[in-house]
Write a new protein. Structure first.
Length: 128
């Protein structure tokens, strides 16, 4: 079985390193980016099964990249989980409206929660 590929996009090097190492330790193929634009260019070359996107980044932010990806048929099956330092539900609502499936609040997440979110993203969704 092929490894699931996960992209992590965050301008905070500590968060990037933490998420990258946890996911890699659990058998995922992980690529990290500190800018949305560089992640997008790489996504066009090779797909990812899941993308973690930081909401606030210089240049193109995570919300904008989420919107771009979900408006492109090539990325419709790519799962997106937003990373945020905010607990403002308006930002979370915007992320969901743009196509994100879930979110993690940076200051309260831990390894178990991170892995639960990843596993949930890869579970088949039942039709409604």
């Amino acid at each position: 079985m092929k490894k699931r590929r996960i992209f992590v996009v965050d301008d905070d090097p500590e968060i990037l390193k933490l998420i990258h190492s946890v996911l890699e330790e659990h058998g995922y193929e992980v690529e990290s980016f500190d800018r949305a634009a560089s992640a997008y260019e790489e996504l066009k070359r090779k797909s990812a099964d899941l993308v973690f996107l930081d909401v606030d980044m210089p240049g193109t932010d995570g919300l904008e990249l989420c919107r771009i990806l979900k408006n492109d048929a090539a990325f419709q099956s790519t799962h997106i989980i937003m990373l945020t330092a905010h607990e403002d539900m308006k930002i979370v609502e915007r992320a969901f409206n743009f196509g994100a499936e879930d979110y993690l609040v940076k200051r309260i997440f831990n390894e178990d929660l991170l892995l639960q979110k990843v596993q949930r993203a890869f579970q088949p969704h039942l039709p409604q």
